[in-house]
Design a binder for this molecule. Structure first.
Ligand code: AQP
Length: 350
C-alpha cells in the first residue's frame, strides 16, 4: 500500500513530493464516441505505456446525474470497459474500475463539497449547457458533478489527468479546491493536479455542426462515430458529414473560418497519428469528394478492429465484471488511507 504523502513541497515544482500518478474517467452513457477515443482513451493508453502509475475509471456515479435507464447503464458500463480493453488498456498495468465500487470517491466528495464555494460552482459552463434553460429541474448531482470529479482525482493524489479540452474548467476547479483545502487546514496534503490536454484531437467536433463538440448524448447519431459502429456505418457518416462547397485550402490558415473542414482534417491527422500540416500538405486544393473516401478508409482501418474486439469482449460479461472488481479493490488500497487522513486533518473521528 502506498504511504499517504503530506510532505511540504517546493513552490517551483508543485507536485515534487507526490508519486507521479494518472487518473481519468469516462461516463458510461450511450456508446463511446470518436472524440472520447481520440481526446481521452488514446492518451490513457499512451500514459499507461509510458510507465507512470495509471488509474482509469468508469464514472457511473457521474452518469446518473442525468436520467439513465438502469439496464442501459449496466450495459454501457461493461461496454465502456470493453472499449478501454480493446483500445489497449491492460488491467495488469493500469487499474481499471468503476467509480461506485470505490466508496471513497463519494466520501471525499462530501468533504470537498464543503470546501468548494457556491460562486465557483455557478461559473461551471458544463452545468449551464447540460441543465439548459430549466436549471430548477436539473439534479443537485449535476450541479455538484465537478466536485465529485475533484474527489475522483484527489482521492488518489493524482498528479496528472488526461482529458479533452471540454474538461479544462473542471480541472481548474479541482486545483482551486485542492489549494483551498491545503490553505484552510494549513497542510500540504493534496497535489495541485496538472491537466494533460494534448494532440490535434482535444476537441473533436460534431459531424453535423463544426461548431458543436462531438458528444455521446447528441440526439443525432449521424453527428458522431460510435466505437460500436461497423465499417459501413463509419463510411456512411463520413460521406454525409457536413462540409462547405470549397475544396480544401492550400494552407492551414485557410481552415480558420471553415469549422467542418478543419474538424475533418484534424480527425484525419489524429487517426493517422500525424499533424494537421502534414495532412494539408497531402490534400491541399483537393475536393471533399476525394478527401472523404480516404478519411473513411483510414477511419475504418483504425476503428473497425476496435469495434469487433469490443463485441468479442462483450460476449463474456463475467470476465469484464471480474476485471472491474479486482481493479476496484486495488484502487481502494490507495484511496482508503487518503480518505482516513483527510478525515483526521478535518477533525472527524475515524
Ligand atoms: N468531442 C470530444 N473531443 C475530444 N475529447 C472529448 N471528450 C468528450 N468529448 C470529446 C473527452 O472524453 C472524456 C470523457 O468524457 P465524459 O464521458 O466523461 O463526458 P463528456 O466530456 O461530457 O463526453 P460526452 O461524449 O459529451 O458525453 P455525454 O454526452 O454523456 O456528456 C473527457 O476527457 C472528455 O474531455
Amino acid at each position: 500500500m502506498d504511504a499517504v504523502q503530506t510532505q511540504s513541497r517546493p513552490v517551483d515544482t508543485p507536485n515534487a513530493a507526490f508519486t507521479p500518478r494518472v487518473l481519468s474517467g469516462i461516463q458510461p452513457t450511450n456508446h463511446l464516441q470518436l472524440g472520447n477515443y481520440l481526446g481521452a482513451v488514446k492518451r490513457f493508453v499512451e500514459m499507461q505505456d509510458s510507465g507512470i502509475q495509471t488509474l482509469y475509471c468508469i464514472v457511473d456515479m457521474h452518469a446518473i446525474t442525468v436520467w439513465q435507464n438502469p439496464e442501459d447503464l449496466t450495459r454501457a458500463t461493461r461496454e465502456l470497459a470493453a472499449g478501454y480493453l480493446a483500445a489497449g488498456l491492460d488491467p495488469k498495468r493500469s487499474i481499471l474500475f468503476n467509480q461506485a465500487r470505490v466508496p471513497e470517491h463519494a466520501q471525499l466528495a462530501w468533504v470537498l463539497n464543503c470546501v468548494a464555494r457556491m460562486g465557483w460552482m455557478r461559473r461551471m459552463t458544463q452545468f449551464k449547457e447540460k441543465a439548459g434553460k430549466n436549471q430548477e429541474e436539473a439534479s443537485v448531482g449535476l450541479f455538484t458533478y465537478p466536485v465529485l470529479m475533484a474527489a475522483d482525482i484527489l482521492v488518489y493524489h493524482a498528479t496528472k489527468v488526461p482529458v479533452g479540452e471540454d474538461q479544462k474548467q473542471h480541472l481548474e476547479l479541482t486545483r482551486d479546491i485542492a489549494i483551498k483545502f491545503n490553505n484552510d487546514y494549513g497542510v500540504d496534503f493534496f497535489p495541485v493536479t496538472e491537466p494533460v490536454i494534448e494532440g490535434v484531437a482535444t476537441r473533436v467536433m460534431s459531424l453535423r455542426d463544426g461548431t458543436k463538440k462531438m458528444s455521446k448524448s447528441d440526439p443525432s447519431d449521424m453527428s458522431r462515430i460510435n466505437l460500436t459502429d461497423g465499417a459501413d456505418e463509419i463510411a456512411k457518416k463520413i460521406r454525409k458529414a457536413k462540409t462547405d462547397p470549397e475544396p480544401l485550402p492550400e494552407t492551414l490558415d485557410g481552415l480558420v473560418d471553415r469549422p467542418e473542414a478543419r474538424n475533418l482534417v484534424n480527425i484525419y491527422a489524429a487517426l493517422a497519428e500525424t499533424g494537421a500540416a502534414e495532412v494539408m500538405a497531402e490534400f491541399a486544393g483537393k475536393p471533399f469528394a476525394e478527401f472523404k473516401p480516404q478519411l473513411a478508409d483510414l477511419a475504418v482501418a483504425k476503428l473497425a478492429p476496435l469495434s469487433s474486439e469490443m463485441a468479442r469482449l462483450m460476449q463474456d460479461p463475467a470476465e469484464i465484471d471480474r476485471i472491474l472488481t479486482e481493479g476496484s479493490e486495488r484502487a481502494r488500497t490507495i484511496a482508503q488511507p487518503i480518505v482516513k487522513r483527510t478525515y483526521e486533518i478535518v477533525g472527524i473521528l475515524t
